[in-house]
Structures are given as structure tokens and as C-alpha cells.
Design a protein around this ligand. Structure first.
Ligand code: PGA
Length: 268
């Protein structure tokens, strides 16, 4: 499944901690991870971690001088104002954060996130020079109804509607990263098979090519997410259109996260 062009975009292992880990847990995790990963030096492998808002500064302190990047799990599209419970891109930048997730299926499922709000969040963050991981993916019911391709196309169009402006203008910068996360595979232990994941990723790449051109298709990394674990990541990373993984459960323990980053080094 590999060829010489595989992983020309490198491999990114991103850990989405969701609503887990105190500041002390964060510091312990990072201390252990940085110590045990010191021999893993391939610059084509990146490791990014998305702790809760309350642990962001502890994580930044703990990773100072290392190549690990720290990101936020969400950000609002407005600069400031009456948006109780939200945090703006400027506020994140103010504490030294330049990476963020948008459109995670848990935000879509439980917090009313729509294709439109995902687009707005992504656009604002990109304008603020963030690296943005934008998540898409179908539910179990949509897959069973044969709607997987239509859902992927709709969500991509929702996030990047206009080829000439907005999010699309960042497609060749490498700062927009897509994550294909089939909802039925998130936190369920049901991973998409490498063939199922590669099929969806190839479709995403084709959509990027036909709607935005070769530059966008070549430069946009597409991560797979959904029950990625140390024992299934190798096969997924061997697929030519899978540029890394967005990992929930298996990113919570330093030893597991280390095993995932090690796997990325082995696959390259
Ligand atoms: P999981 O979560 O690895 O626990 O399935 C993935 C995600 O939600 O990004």
C-alpha cells in the first residue's frame, strides 16, 4: 500500500484529551512523554496534544523547548462579546496557543455545532494564523444507509463552501488539516478497517483535487480518528492517504501516546 509519495506530508499524531486530566496529570504525562520520546527525532513526525482549557498553560510550560505543540479543543469565531462559556482565538494566542480543533463530532452531537459554525470557527482561527484540525465523519446510521460519501461531501462543502475565499484560501498553506472520524468508531473500540478508512480518505483527497486543485489536494493532511490504538495504528498509517491520527482514549496515557508516535517513526 505504500509508495514513494506516501507520507510526503509527514505524519501527525494528535492527542485529543477531551474533558480529561488535571494540571498535575498534564505535567506528569508530558514529563514522562518527553523523557521517553527523546530518541524519536524524525522531523517528519509531529506530536500535538489538545488538553482541556484549564491545562493549556501547564502544558505549554511543560513542553517549552520541545517539538510537541499544544492546542485548544475549540474556539469561538468572534473576537469578544456576550458569548458565555466561549473562548476566542485572540485569548488563546494571548497565552501562546496557535493550534486548535474544530468540528469534533462530540461538539456536533452534544453542543449544536453545525457545518456553518464549524466553518466560522475554522475561518477565524486560520485568519489568526492557527493550525486548525477540522473534523468530519458519518454516523453509524448514515453509513448503514449508504450515505457516507454524501455526508463527507456535504461536511466538506459546509466547511469550505467557496473555492475563492474563506477557509479555501488557506488550503495550500498546510495550516488546515482535516480529520476523518467516523462517529461510530469514536470511543467505541470499533476502528474503521484500513480499507474503509483509506476509501474515505481517498474520497476526501479527490474532493480537494476537483474543487480546489492539485495544490490543495497535495498539501492538506488528512488524519484518521476513531479508536486508534498502538496495536492498529501501523496498518492505518500504511495507507497512502492517511497522514496521521487524531486519538482520544489512547492519547491519555504517556506510554500509549509514545507507542503511537513510535509507530509513526516505524512506518516512515
Ligand atoms: P477515540 O477518540 O480515539 O477515543 O476513539 C477519537 C476522537 O474523538 O478524536
Amino acid at each position: 500500500m505504500t509508495d514513494s509519495k506516501t507520507h510526503s506530508r509527514g505524519i501527525l499524531i494528535a492527542g485529543n484529551w477531551k474533558m480529561n486530566h488535571s494540571r498535575a496529570d498534564t505535567q506528569n504525562f508530558l514529563k514522562q512523554y518527553l523523557k521517553e520520546s527523546s530518541a524519536l527525532k524524525n522531523p517528519k513526525v509531529s506530536a500535538w496534544i489538545y488538553p482541556s482549557f484549564t491545562s493549556l498553560t501547564s502544558a505549554l510550560e511543560a513542553t517549552q523547548g520541545s517539538s510537541v505543540k499544544i492546542g485548544a479543543q475549540n474556539a469561538h469565531w468572534e473576537e469578544k462579546g456576550a458569548f458565555t462559556g466561549e473562548i476566542s482565538a485572540s485569548m488563546l494566542k494571548d497565552i501562546g496557543i496557535h493550534h486548535a480543533l474544530v468540528g469534533h463530532s462530540e461538539r456536533r452531537q452534544f453542543f449544536g455545532e453545525t457545518d456553518e459554525t464549524v466553518r466560522k470557527r475554522a475561518e477565524t482561527l486560520l485568519r489568526h494564523d492557527f493550525h486548525v484540525i477540522l473534523c468530519i465523519g458519518e454516523t453509524q446510521a448514515q453509513r448503514e444507509a449508504g450515505e457516507t460519501h454524501a455526508v463527507i461531501q456535504r461536511q466538506l462543502k459546509g466547511a469550505i463552501p467557496d473555492p475563492q475565499s474563506g477557509v479555501a484560501t488557506f488550503l495550500t498553506t498546510g495550516k488546515l488539516i482535516l480529520a476523518y472520524e467516523p462517529v461510530w468508531a469514536i470511543g467505541t473500540g470499533l476502528t474503521a478497517t484500513p480499507a474503509q478508512a483509506e476509501e474515505a480518505h481517498a474520497l476526501i483527497r479527490k474532493e480537494l483535487l476537483t474543487r480546489f486543485g492539485a495544490g490543495a489536494a497535495d498539501r492538506t493532511p488528512v488524519l484518521y480518528g476513531g479508536s486508534v490504538k498502538p496495536d492498529n495504528i501501523h496498518e492505518l498509517l500504511k495507507c497512502p492517504n492517511i497522514d496521521g491520527a487524531l486519538v482520544g482514549g489512547a492519547s491519555l496515557k504517556a506510554t500509549d501516546f509514545l507507542a503511537l508516535v513510535k509507530a509513526a517513526h516505524e512506518v516512515l
